[in-house]
Every structure is written in C-alpha cells, then in structure tokens.
Ligand binder design. Structure first.
Ligand code: IMP
Ligand code: MG
Length: 423
C-alpha cells in the first residue's frame, strides 16, 4: 500500500476525520491534498473531541508525518490557531507537520470577498472561509504562495498589486472599506517566522517516501458531489475532492495510487445550497439531525438530512474508483421503524439509473425508494458484523450491492473502538 486515498463519497461530513484517524494507526504519512479551513474533520479520542480544519487527521498518532499539500489553500490564522491548540494538548508536531511551499495562501480579502459574494442573490451557501476567491486567484495566476513569503520584496509587490485590484472590487462593487496593505504585510510576516520550520517541498518528500515503500494516506476534504468538475455545479466547492485531486494536489503520480476508500454516511446530509434529491424536510429529517448531531463542524450550521442515495454514491464510486467503502453513523438509524434507500430517479417518464450532475435535471427528478425494516436496537456497542441485527446487516449489504462496492468497515459511534471491520 504505497498510497491509499480516502474520499468523501457524498456532500462532505461523511466522517472522514474518524476514519482517517483510525486508519492512521498503520501508516507513516497522512496528507491533505485540497480544500482549506472550510473542512471540519472531527476526531474523538476517549472523552475528548477535536475538530481539525487544515492539519491532517493523522496528527494524533505520534509516529505519523502529516502533510499539507500544494493543492490546499492555507489560511495562516486558522493554521496558527490549530497548531496552538495541538500544542496546548501537548501534541508534539515539531518535525511531524510539513507544509508545501507551493500551497496558496488565503488572504484577508479572500474571506471578505467570499462573504460579500454570498450576500447577493446567487448564494452558494459557502463556509465563508475564502476558499473560492483564493482558488480563483490561483487559477488567475495572481495568487500568493507560501514560497512568496520567503522574499519580502516579492511578497510586498504581489500583495500590493492584489490589494489594489481587490480594493476596487470592494469599494465599487460591494461598497465596503478598503484594505490596508501595510497591516497585512506585517501580519503575514509574523506568520512567515512561525511557519518557516514546517515549510518544505512536500512533493519531493512524498515521492521519496513512495520510493522507500512508506505507507501513505491521502485525506480528501469535502466530498465528491462538491467537486468543482464532477459535483452539482455551481453548488460545489472550488477544488477537486475526488481521488484525481490527490495526484495534482500532492504532486504524486497516478501509478502510485493503490486503492481508494470511499467514506459514506449511512444516510445523506448536505450543508449549504444546491440539489439534494433525498432530502427529508419533515420530522424524519429533524430526527436524523438531532440524533446524528448534524450541525456543521466548521460553521455550526444545521445540516440538511435525508435518506441514503445509492444513485449518487454509485456515481461517486465510478468517478473516484472506489472499491471499498466505510459506512459511518449506522447507529443514528437505530430508532427508525423503516429506512429508505434511493435506488433510481424518475425524470419525466424515464427512470434514471445514473446521476445527472446538472442542477436543472436534479431539481426535477423524483427519487424512487426501496424500504428496509429498521432494527430498533442499539448498535453502538457492537464490535463484529455478525453481531449486528439481521436488518442492519441487510441494510449494509444493500448499500454495497446498490453501489457496486465492498464494505470495509462500519462505524457505530464517534470513538475509535466503535468501529467494525468487515471481512
Ligand atoms: P466553500 O467550500 O466554503 O466555498 O463552500 C462551497 C460549498 O461546499 C457549500 O455548500 C459548503 O457548505 C460546502 N462545503 C465546503 N466545505 C465543506 C465541508 O467540509 N463539509 C461539508 N460541506 C462543505
Ligand atoms: Mg466536516
């Protein structure tokens, strides 16, 4: 196993943090390849809960090296916060956290522009972390990278040019105050001194590690259906959470990838706007939200909840090359009399078995369901597949069959020991 990729196969919040933490026990390196502090990866150890936004979820294993790859957009404030929090917990990150010199920086104007854009009528429901505007600058080739911090004159020149342009936008289009270049330069200089020790050529590091047979986990953030190319555009994030993003976001070749594990929740959730075919707006949706604690780990927003959608996950498995899945939060379904899985979409007089990614089709389809009897008993203390109630086994097997994947593990609670490995 040189490189295994862990991807979210739905709209994010599948529980990747827990799965990555758990699988980190047997790896040497965990690397984030895209997204930024829009992610919220929750790890529960004993009675403590930690939420990571930028630092890979392998950080709680003292022998694991954690990498923030070139594909990530790094918010210095969020990063320093996270580093400090880990230090407070006496987690030694010296020499264990490496940040790509090619990663782009999130600047204050990115966050400002993100929130300004969201005040218009074409709201995406972003996390407000400046993600879209930062990737926008990256692809416009005006972005500022971590490596630019090393040369003060280059940094100041680039920053001045950007701020002049953004100030026009802020003033003329959004009618807000302009930004002060000197203040931002000072802030980022202070940051530079603090992160210097972590910055390196992570692509070189990873490729050397691959050549030496090290075991690497690539940790995706968000989910495949939020992918800017393959998701429900424009209601997506501005990066490639799909497995293909791991190669470009880390600088490793496709030939180094040995497997892709998809993480799926036993039901569906989505935060922010955009199509969600199996959304439950009534009592069942509320129940899922309350039992599942479905509130954003980054923004605290209530998540929209609904039944498992096999059509979209099958699509996700195809795009990502998912062979194995981890099913999380099965225990949330313990109280339901009946549980549904969406097996097809009715579209006019046709039945779609494939996922249409265009928003207009998705908004007019009617989901078709198969109903399963609930198991009505507690699963959170069960440790083997065969000990699960028969109806729960049936439900899990149906998910595997309908998505053409194998179930590698089932999670029945937030703790590490609440994990059932399936043979
Ligand atoms: P952005 O990534 O902040 O630009 O937000 C774009 C869309 O992706 C919004 O619908 C967000 O709610 C969603 N999103 C971004 N990051 C996450 C995540 O980590 N989990 C779930 N949804 C996310
Ligand atoms: Mg999350």
């Amino acid at each position: 196993m040189p490189v295994q990729i862990i991807v979210g196969a739905q709209w994010g919040d599948e529980g990747k943090g827990k799965i990555v933490d758990h699988l980190s026990e047997n790896v040497d390196i965990v690397a984030r390849y895209q997204g930024g502090a829009n992610a919220g990866h929750t790890v529960i150890i004993g009675s403590n809960q930690y939420v990571l936004h930028l630092i890979p979820s392998g950080i709680f294993h003292p022998n694991v090296i954690c990498i923030i790859g070139n594909g990530v957009v790094v918010d210095p404030i969020a990063l320093m916060d996270e580093i400090q929090q880990l230090q407070k917990l006496n987690i030694d990150i010296r020499g264990r956290l490496l940040i790509s010199h090619n990663a782009h920086l999130i600047m204050p104007y990115h966050k400002l522009l993100d929130s300004m854009r969201e005040q218009g009528s074409e709201k995406i429901g972003t996390t407000g972390r400046g993600i879209g505007p930062a990737y926008n600058d990256k692809f416009l080739r005006t972005g500022i990278r971590i490596v630019d911090l090393l040369d003060r004159s280059v940094f100041v020149k680039k920053l001045k040019r950007n701020i002049e342009e953004k100030n026009q936008l802020l003033k003329k289009i959004y009618g807000t105050n302009e930004l002060d270049v000197d203040k931002i330069v000072d802030e980022y200089e202070a940051f530079d001194k603090k992160i210097d020790e972590y910055v390196t050529d992570t692509a070189l590091y990873l490729n050397t590690a691959i050549a030496n047979g090290k075991r690497i986990l690539a940790e995706g953030a968000q989910g495949a259906l939020l992918d800017v190319d393959h998701g429900t555009y424009p209601f997506v994030t501005s990066s490639n959470p799909t497995s293909g993003g791991a190669c470009t976001g880390l600088g490793i070749p496709p030939t180094a990838i040995t497997s892709v594990l998809g993480v799926v929740k036993a039901y569906s959730t989505r935060v922010g706007n955009g199509p969600f075919p199996t959304e439950l707006v009534g009592e069942a949706g509320k129940l899922l939200r309350e039992i599942g604690g479905e509130y954003g780990a980054t923004t605290g927003r209530p998540r929209r909840c609904g039944w498992f959608d096999a059509v979209s996950v099958r699509y996700s498995a195809m795009i990502n090359g998912i062979q194995n899945i981890a099913i999380t939060k099965l225990d949330v379904l313990d109280v339901f009399d009946q549980i549904k899985i969406c097996t097809g979409y009715q579209f006019d007089d046709k039945i779609l078995k494939t996922f249409p990614t265009d928003v207009r089709s998705l908004e007019s389809i009617v989901p078709m369901y198969e109903t399963f009897e609930g198991w009505k008993s507690t699963t959170s203390n069960i440790t083997s597949f065969s000990a699960l109630p028969k109806n729960a086994q049936r439900y899990i097997n149906a998910i595997a069959a309908l998505t053409s994947t194998r179930v590698h593990l089932v999670s029945v609670g937030g703790r590490r020991d609440q994990t059932i490995f399936v043979d």
